[in-house]
Design a protein around this ligand. Structure first.
Ligand code: PLP
Length: 282
């Protein structure tokens, strides 16, 4: 696999990053995961816009000019031809002597690699997945896509140890999001997701889904979801660029609705698939 590091394209195995990189020492960096289907990037502009927003929020100067980001992503894809891919892209504050405050002179480290998208197994999507709930122990700026993911890692590990694929996080009695996904619920046919604020990542999949649902009879309401609403939901979905739209059929060991992926999920998935490049060209 060919990866990108600071202007060079080279085999991933030969990419070396200094132990003094602030991404390694402090988790001082931001990232994106951008899907591509059959070689066509999906929502790249939205991902790059969110990257710029994250960089600005943590005060790392944007290391590449507008069109250069896109050109790098396209080149990386062409060097890694094949099926559906997710580009992982990370920008850190660069290499400097270890000191918490920003270094005066350090060039940002820009790294990108390509991974196959592991679409959920059809049976998994048909059966649904299990999730657990956990207290949201993250910081106050979860709207920034920062590489500092320790609470997310611990939450996801706890979920895995309990046979679940995701931890749905609760803060002050309300759903924020999953450890690496946004959350939607359906009750009496009404679709709802928490509104954007600094407690959740503005997911691109979330936004695409809200947009496509607007054109159907299932327009989504952006409103806080209380813990009791989560537990009483007929359907729960998780969204992310690599998971797409996954139905949760067990929450904390109990069935969600009738324990099967629901009819509104099927409608929503069809609408989402039609927005993807593969859907458009199919
Ligand atoms: N929330 C968190 C914490 C995430 O890490 C992710 C993606 O990894 C998402 C939400 C979903 O975002 P997107 O749809 O842009 O992939």
């Amino acid at each position: 696999m060919i990866a990108f590091l600071n202007g060079d394209y080279r085999p991933l195995e030969s990419v070396c990053i200094s132990p003094l990189d602030r991404g390694f020492l402090f988790g001082d960096g931001v990232y994106e995961v951008i899907p591509s289907y059959r070689g066509v990037l999906f929502e790249a502009d939205a991902h790059l816009e969110r990257l710029r927003r994250s960089l600005a929020a943590v005060r790392i100067a944007d290391p590449l000019e507008g069109a250069a980001w896109r050109a790098m992503l396209e080149r990386l894809l062409s060097l890694n031809p094949g099926g559906d891919r997710a580009i992982y892209l990370q920008v850190t504050r660069g290499v400097a002597a270890r000191e918490h405050a920003f270094p005066e002179t350090a060039a940002a480290t820009v790294f990108a690699m390509v991974n196959p998208i592991r679409s959920p197994e059809p049976e998994l999507a048909e059966r649904g997945v299990a999730a657990i709930t956990l207290p949201d122990q993250r910081w106050g700026r979860c709207d920034i896509k920062a590489v500092t993911l320790l609470p997310n890692v611990l939450a996801r590990q706890q979920a895995a140890e309990q046979g679940a694929v995701e931890a749905i996080l609760l803060r002050n009695g309300q759903v924020t999001e999953g450890a690496a996904s946004n959350v939607f619920v359906v009750r009496d046919g009404r679709v709802q997701t928490p509104p954007l604020n600094d407690a959740i990542l503005p997911g691109i999949t979330r936004r695409v889904l809200i947009d496509v649902l607007r054109d159907t009879a299932r327009a989504c309401v952006e409103q806080p979801i209380g813990e009791d609403q989560l537990r009483a939901a007929d359907e729960i979905w998780l969204t992310s660029s690599t998971k797409e739209l996954l139905p949760v059929t067990r929450l904390d060991g109990r069935a969600v609705g009738d324990g099967c992926p629901g009819p509104v999920w099927r409608e929503a998935l069809a609408a989402y698939q039609s927005a993807k490049p593969a859907g458009r060209s199919a």
